[in-house]
Write a new protein. Structure first.
Length: 283
């Protein structure tokens, strides 16, 4: 679908990307991970043919601009307009006369905010509005630049759960400065630093090599006995503490248990895990 061959991008005598080689095939779920100013956004814009390259070649096959849904890091919403006005202005569609768009607004959980001005909504809702706009054309290729950065835990879980289902039959390219934020969405991860790809590999290889898969979730209040019984019945190999649970992601799918936690009205304080070693990104 998309191939970058020895691609470099230079602006004002400074290389933003250098000698990038990357293949993205139909159905791939690619995570691009790196620190601020590592080159993530520049790489996205080269992939999308927004930027011309200084050196190298970009081959794009069997994909047209109408097949791409792009959510930039700068969401570009009009704060004085309502959520509905933003959606209809940016998509040129009447939400209530467009069945697919209306259904999408329900799934992404913004239907109750349609008449609110954007400036009066939370960052999480604004991210969801921008996401809906990006997906309004039912894209084959979904490209998201830091869609869950600076969100609280509830909004992160909500967006990740939605995307997990939405992109099943699509190609996804997503960026983040934290692999833990997007690992559940990706089957392959590209680590980038100073405009160069340090490494790329399948997510399960990275986790097997650099993590034991253990995850602890802490809650704002005690886990009562009835909820303990439910969790023990539904999930094997789970340890339940006073206000926490511990499990291994090799035994339990993280997205599934997070969804169940929200259904049980448990407020998450923190998710701790055996992190991917920082050297994987920084070396």
């Amino acid at each position: 679908m998309i191939e970058l061959i020895s691609v470099s991008k230079e602006i004002n005598d400074k290389y933003l990307l250098k000698d990038i080689n990357l293949k993205i095939r139909k159905g791939d779920k690619i995570g691009i991970v790196g620190a601020i100013s590592s080159g993530k956004t520049t790489l996205l814009r080269v992939i999308l043919d927004i930027y011309n390259v200084t050196k190298g070649k970009v081959n794009i096959k069997n994909i047209e601009s109408k097949d791409i849904g792009f959510m930039p890091s700068n969401k570009g919403l009009y704060e004085e307009l309502t959520v509905l006005e933003n959606i209809e202005l940016c998509t040129s569609l009447n939400l209530f006369n467009t069945k697919e768009l209306l259904e999408l607004s329900k799934k992404i959980e913004i239907i109750e905010y349609l008449n609110k001005k954007v400036k009066d909504t939370s960052r999480g809702i604004q991210q969801k509005v921008a996401l809906l706009i990006a997906l309004s054309n039912n894209p084959k290729l979904v490209v998201l630049d830091e869609p869950i950065s600076n969100l609280d835990m509830k909004d992160r879980i909500s967006i990740i759960n939605f995307l997990t289902e939405y992109v099943k039959d699509r190609t996804l390219i997503i960026t983040s400065d934290n692999l833990n934020d997007i690992e559940e969405l990706c089957d392959k991860v590209v680590f980038i630093k100073d405009g160069k790809i340090n490494s790329d590999d399948f997510i399960y290889n990275i986790i097997d090599e650099f993590s034991n898969g253990e995850i602890e979730i802490y809650f704002l209040r005690q886990v009562n006995d009835s909820i303990k019984d439910i969790l023990k019945k539904e999930f094997i190999n789970i340890e339940i503490g006073f206000n926490s649970i511990k499990f291994n992601k090799r035994d339990i799918e993280l997205n599934f248990i997070l969804k169940r936690i929200l259904e049980l009205n448990l407020d998450i304080l923190e998710i701790r895990r055996d992190n991917i070693k920082e050297s994987k990104i920084n070396n």
